[in-house]
Ligand binder design. Sequence first.
Ligand code: NAD
Ligand code: IPM
Ligand code: MN
Length: 368
Amino acid sequence: MSNPSLLILPGDGIGPEVMAEVRKIISWFGDKRGLEFDVSEDLVGGAAYDAHGTPLTDETMEKAQEVDAVLLGAVGGPKYDNLDFSVKPERGLLRLRKEMDLYSNLRPAQCFDALADFSSLKKDIVAGLDIMIIRELTSGIYFGEPRGIIKEGNERVGINTQRYTESEIARVARSAFELARKRGNKVCSMEKANVMESGILWRDVVQEVHDAEYPDVELSHMYADAGAMQLVRAPKQFDVIVTDNLFGDLLSDAAAMLTGSLGMLPSASLGAPMANGRPKALYEPVHGSAPDIAGQAKANPCACILSFAMALRYSFDQGEEATRLEKAVEAVLADGVRTADLMQADGVDPATTSQMGDAVIAKLDASL
Ligand code: NAD
Ligand code: IPM
Ligand code: MN
């Protein structure tokens, strides 16, 4: 049988820097665990725009559709801020998500013990935190029509449309209930049914799917604004949170800070199963291209490394190896080896991106 295939899209800013560390980890699993991947690499975002005048070529899109999993670094940056909307780096990422139909975006927020002191919240609020935000990723206000900037009389009007079909809500709800069954068996669904019709439909459909197919899972509903408040007041009350595209974007950045740094948070974007049974999948850190620190060897590669751990778990059925990698990251942090975004012990210099990657490799070696 041929090796599973991986397409690596490093992208822009710190994307290539953190991805270089992931490549070391991928090689380690090939050399030491016999887990070989056929790896190819291509351009996305501003890097693709610079080379081809588009943030994602049709050829790259086709490759992404064919491989077993895509790993993406980050896209965007000030250099591209004034480009026409249709060729902005972010459009490349959105096209991947939409055309691969990656409707279920898993964004775990786990607080490693070693970082509990570093959260902007009190230690006892976040210590031991382990929640999973499931963000709908292919619909809602990100994609709804009509959209655009139009002229009305003498004024410009900006338009975006929140739109959800029943089936779009039902499939992401199923994904949340399935995952909850493997965790704490609790789902909290967040919308704004008090002010949005799409929120009313969201709440109804989630409840219907629950009652018909997952009555054993504990389900609650919360308005998303109250949910944001609860997420910082008492985040450990949650197990799985399921929410729409825009609310999920905001809530997952907020949740990231509970864990200490945006540089720690991985994600998996999953679609329907392919012919080989694996889900269509793209793995990426939650953070962006971090232009303020790009090119300075300061980026924390953990979010990207942990995204590869998610690939091992969700695409390649290698849960034990995923745990090995997660434990290696945890052990590095516990040793006090940390990039500059994380708290340093007095008198200890921050680790560079590649020192952090090497430290993870050393812990992987030690795990054998
Ligand atoms: P950002 O996530 O790039 O950065 C926010 C802050 O977090 C910055 O101070 C940055 O230095 C820090 N940070 C982020 N990742 C880090 C890491 N791994 N290690 C250490 N520090 C880290 O968000 P932004 O500044 O709002 O956006 C910058 C660009 O990235 C924009 O063009 C935006 O559209 C894009 N973006 C892309 C993605 C993606 O590719 N998935 C996600 C978010 C933002
Ligand atoms: C994210 C980012 C993206 C989003 C951008 C870069 C398109 O913020 O992945 O969270 O808004 O979804
Ligand atoms: Mn975001």
